[in-house]
Design a binder for this molecule. Structure first.
Ligand code: FAD
Length: 614
């Protein structure tokens, strides 16, 4: 017990607690202050808000901007676009809600100092594609974070939130959260009236292509460790479409993004023999997924599918044809700058492998799957919709409130709203915050009560891995293998192997079936049992431990959802070999799950998809 009693506990009371200070968290913090002038608003971040989250390194484009001031696009157009890309299954009410507000967010970014490129002829923002505008975005995150810091009553950096607290007075209501400082080891109890989870998506739940020392080199941020899903799941919130993991086609080894290359530089792909290959696979694809393949633009997953089939047919590697575009000095500069302001690692990989895209067409690859709610995919929490737009069945509370009272979410956390990206995530944070402020104000003098017993028990659980290590370490004199504990890296590798082999990762060609999923669930159960004996050598490893626990829970959810949906809806993201066809008759619906932490059981259900926009 010595380790527990030494830990100092800090109590922080607030009206609104924002968990995660990435794009959505900054939006939520900023907007909470706008509507809740006198409220106490606290943002808690695992890293440092100035350079945290998926935008930490900067971005070169804002991928969601309507351009309504110039009549470029309307919100309805964006809903149609996202629906098409996700093979019909998006929450149109939530997507519309973001699209109608996203332009004002981007205008704020510009006001705060973000340099947005302009077309010299028209004076409008420089378009990269229909939805994307180009920025000088190396400092995108610090600029956005500054606005959040000015708005917050307090920002707590370097605190990893491990659990949500539940209200002792009213069942099914959230009362705050707990976590620990990853530098000092102090324990934090955040008591709040409303909580907004904005903790990003999930990488490293599937085995990555990069292994060993390169393991951190994944497309999605390695520090996005599934807290966005695990925290609500443990609190009993319903999740949606968790099977809809994303696979990205990216430049090989550095995972540099391809969007600017396709859209702005007008590069294209070809197989090893210099042939166009995508359309070659479309006839066959029509047999399993119908006319979705004829939609424009071709859904992201189907383009992945053509890539994978071409490689399987032995005509890889697939390359991006850069040699033509890079003859233009302007395009060459843009091509390099695109990485230098966002993914420097890709430029370094090319330099180290003697690849000058002016003379060599670089190879592409498909990534391992990730879980997120803001890209060309939309896994996440099941949230209540806007009162003026959502169908009755999607409205049970305040906008962006989950199925747990007082628990809100935004960005990668919330499911059903693909293609919101950085600007849409910030916007959704704002939307959630406005609703959370209303929720808090409507509460009057009532306030949730976090019980001492609950947070004291959680405190013990949070630090237990340090104790387990300290005791078990004495049983071995060298090495890392102990009879009494496993280390976080061991657990992570085991998780990634299970997900890779049984749930449709790179090792199994993104393919799975019912027997494999059942075995995966069994193995995940065993892993969970063993996690009770995890040992953490220091605070850094303690953070790794809790990240792993969050990843395991999110992985279970992905596996349960993949098992439930007996069709292949998104070929190119994953395949159910025992149900190879898209089945609109039975599965033009959302899948929902709820985890019961008392019984350790998952309950699955279907929810209708309402097409609000023609
Ligand atoms: C490689 C890459 C390239 C992209 N390119 C573009 C682009 O060009 N244009 C564009 O518009 N969008 C782009 N996006 C998408 C954009 O980055 C995301 O949509 C956006 O960051 C999602 O916002 P979020 O707040 O949900 O997550 P994030 O911005 O990732 O923020 C999550 C935050 O939560 C914190 N956190 C996590 N767990 C905890 C915990 N347990 N306790 C406390 N804090 C926690 C994290 O440290 C992080 O700060 C890209 C994303 C990636 C990964």
């Amino acid at each position: 017990m010595a380790l527990f009693s030494r830990r100092k506990t800090h109590f922080v009371d607030s009206d609104i607690l924002v968990i995660g200070g990435g794009m959505a968290g900054c939006g939520a913090t900023y907007e909470s202050r706008y509507w809740g002038r006198d409220l106490k608003i606290v943002c808690v971040e695992k890293a440092n808000i100035e350079r945290s989250g998926a935008v930490a390194q900067g971005l070169y484009a804002i991928n969601c901007y309507m351009g309504m001031q110039w009549g470029e696009n309307q919100p309805e157009d964006h809903v149609r676009y996202a629906r098409n890309d996700l093979m019909g299954l998006v929450r149109e009410d939530l997507g519309y809600d973001i699209a109608r507000h996203v332009d004002s967010t981007v205008h704020k970014f510009e006001e705060w100092g973000l340099p947005i490129m302009r077309d010299p002829q028209t004076g409008r923002y420089q378009r990269e594609g229909k939805w994307q505008i180009m920025i000088h975005g190396e400092s995108y995150k610090p600029i956005v974070a500054e606005a959040a810091c000015k708005a917050a009553t307090e920002v707590y950096n370097r605190i990893m939130v491990t659990h949500l607290l539940t209200d002792a007075k009213k069942a099914g209501r959230v009362a705050g959260a707990v976590g620990f400082n990853v530098r000092t080891g102090d324990f934090y109890v955040f008591r709040a009236k409303a909580v907004i989870v904005c903790a990003g998506g999930a990488s490293h739940i599937f085995k990555p292509r990069s292994v060993g020392e390169g393991m951190g080199r994944t497309w999605y941020a390695p520090w996005s460790s599934a807290s966005a899903y695990a925290l609500p799941i443990l609190a009993g919130a319903k999740m949606m479409q968790m099977e809809n993991r994303i696979v990205l086609t990216r430049f090989k080894d550095g995972y540099g993004p391809v969007g600017a290359y396709f859209l702005h530089l007008k590069t294209y792909t070809q197989n090893a023999y210099g042939e166009e290959y995508e359309t070659r696979w479309f006839d066959k694809l029509r047999e399993t997924i119908g006319d979705y393949v004829d939609h424009h633009p071709v859904p992201t997953c189907l383009r992945n599918h053509a890539f994978l089939e071409e490689v399987k047919a032995g005509r890889g590697p697939i390359r991006m044809v850069t040699k033509e575009a890079f003859q233009d000095p302007h395009k060459e500069t843009v091509g390099w700058e695109n990485f230098l302001g966002m993914t420097i690692g890709q430029a370094v990989v090319w330099a180290s492998q003697n690849i000058d895209p002016k003379y060599i067409n670089p190879e592409l690859t498909t990534s391992e799957p990730y879980v997120m709610g803001s890209h060309a995919t939309c896994s996440g929490a099941w949230a209540s919709g806007p009162s003026d737009y959502a169908p009755a069945e999607y409205q049970w509370g305040y906008n962006r409130m989950m199925t747990v009272e007082g628990l809100f979410g935004a960005g990668d956390t919330i499911g059903g709203t693909a293609h919101k990206f950085s600007s849409g995530s910030f916007t959704e944070g704002r939307i959630a915050a406005k609703a959370a402020v209303n929720y808090v104000l409507d509460m009057g003098n009532d306030r949730p009560e976090a019980s001492e017993a609950e947070y004291e028990n959680l405190k013990k659980a949070v630090y237990q891995p340090l104790e387990t290590y300290a005791v078990g370490r004495n049983e071995i004199v060298a090495g890392t293998v102990s009879p009494s504990y496993l280390l976080p890296i061991h657990g992570l590798q085991r998780l990634e192997k299970i997900m890779d082999e049984y749930v449709g990762g790179i090792g199994s060609g993104y393919t799975t079936n019912e027997p494999m999923l059942m075995r995966g669930i069994e193995l995940l159960g065993m892993l969970k049992e063993d996690l009770a004996h995890i040992g953490a050598e220091d605070l850094h490893q303690l953070q790794r431990t809790w990240e792993l626990k969050h990843r395991v829970l999110a992985s279970e959810s992905v596996t349960q959802h993949t098992l439930f949906r007996t069709e292949t809806r998104w070929p190119g993201y994953y395949y159910r070999a025992d149900h190879p066809k898209l089945d609109d008759q039975d599965w033009h619906c959302f899948t929902l799950s709820r985890y019961d932490r008392e019984t350790d059981k998952w309950t699955m259900e279907k929810a209708p998809v309402y097409h609000i926009i023609d």
